[in-house]
Design a protein around this ligand. Structure first.
Ligand code: ZN
Length: 280
């Protein structure tokens, strides 16, 4: 499942590919994604220019003229494909295709495809000043790479919780964009057990965790994300952070800090990977 670094990789590539291009044609092959695609999408997008593409939590956002934004989520298996060939035929999992043209010309720019075999993702259009648009982001916590992600507020939120630190970090209302991979990795780097109760962790431990979350996300973005399952950037290239994983997906392998064996166990229904010796 794509997490913050994978979505960041996709939105950066997409911004590079479609910023300032004009929508010329929208084709929807399936409206029944996780959230039903608005019927208006094919008409209202026409001739609008892309202002920028950005990310919030695990959502991609394409800002267009006239106060419209497309919001997409890659779900489990979603991908954005950018193709520079207008003769490409659509794959059966390409639910939405958008042709972009260059400004002031009839020249084809790129074709954008939203491809999602398992259909846990979504792709929809919103007015930026609407309540329904605001509601998508209403309860999402701070971006871990923003300056306003403060150690003190992070500590205060965690300190109140009597649940394990892993489930606290997966809660998007507390911190945005983390999923199973980067939570396991950040907890290892901060030497904190995934079973530790939030309320039991000292300010210094949380300070270390805060720093390690930033560190692991920045490195993963630099490497283009983790491609264990389906993740590819918009040009179809994989990321390389899987070669830097310390614990995630490394069950029964040696810990790179102490040579103990990495353990996998089920926690709140999902696999947790950790080193019993290094993480207390
Ligand atoms: Zn270890």
């Amino acid at each position: 499942m794509p997490e913050l670094p994978e979505v960041e990789t996709v939105t950066r590539g997409l911004n590079f590919a479609i910023k300032n291009l004009i929508v010329k044609k929208v084709q929807v092959n399936r409206y029944d994604l996780r959230i039903k695609v608005s019927n208006k999408i094919t008409s209202v997008l026409n001739n609008l220019k892309v202002i920028k593409v950005k990310r919030r939590a695990k959502y991609g956002i394409i800002d267009l003229e006239n106060e419209y934004s497309i919001v997409f989520h890659l779900g489990m298996s979603g991908r954005i494909v950018i193709d520079r060939n207008d003769e490409i035929s659509l794959n059966k999992h390409d639910h939405i295709a958008i042709d972009f043209y260059k400004k002031n010309s009839k020249k084809f720019g790129v074709r954008f495809l939203f491809r999602d075999p398992r259909r846990f993702g979504f792709f929809n259009i919103y007015k930026r000043n609407s309540k329904v648009y605001e509601n998508i982001f209403q309860f999402i916590g701070p971006e871990p790479l923003d300056n306003n992600f403060s150690i003190k507020k992070f500590f205060n939120k965690i300190n109140k919780r009597h649940s394990n630190i892993k489930s606290i970090l997966l809660n998007q209302n507390i911190i945005a964009g983390l999923g199973n991979i980067y939570v396991c990795e950040a907890l290892f780097l901060a030497r904190i057990s995934p079973k530790a109760m939030g309320s039991s962790l000292s300010y210094n431990k949380i300070k270390k965790l805060h720093g390690k979350i930033k560190e692991v996300l920045l490195k993963a973005i630099e490497e283009g994300g983790t491609s264990i399952q389906d993740h590819k950037n918009v040009s179809g290239e994989i990321g390389y952070f899987q070669y830097y994983l310390s614990v995630y997906n490394r069950e029964k392998e040696e810990c790179n800090n102490c040579t103990s064996i990495i353990i996998r166990f089920k926690q709140n229904g999902r696999s947790t990977y950790y080193c019993q010796k290094c993480q207390k």
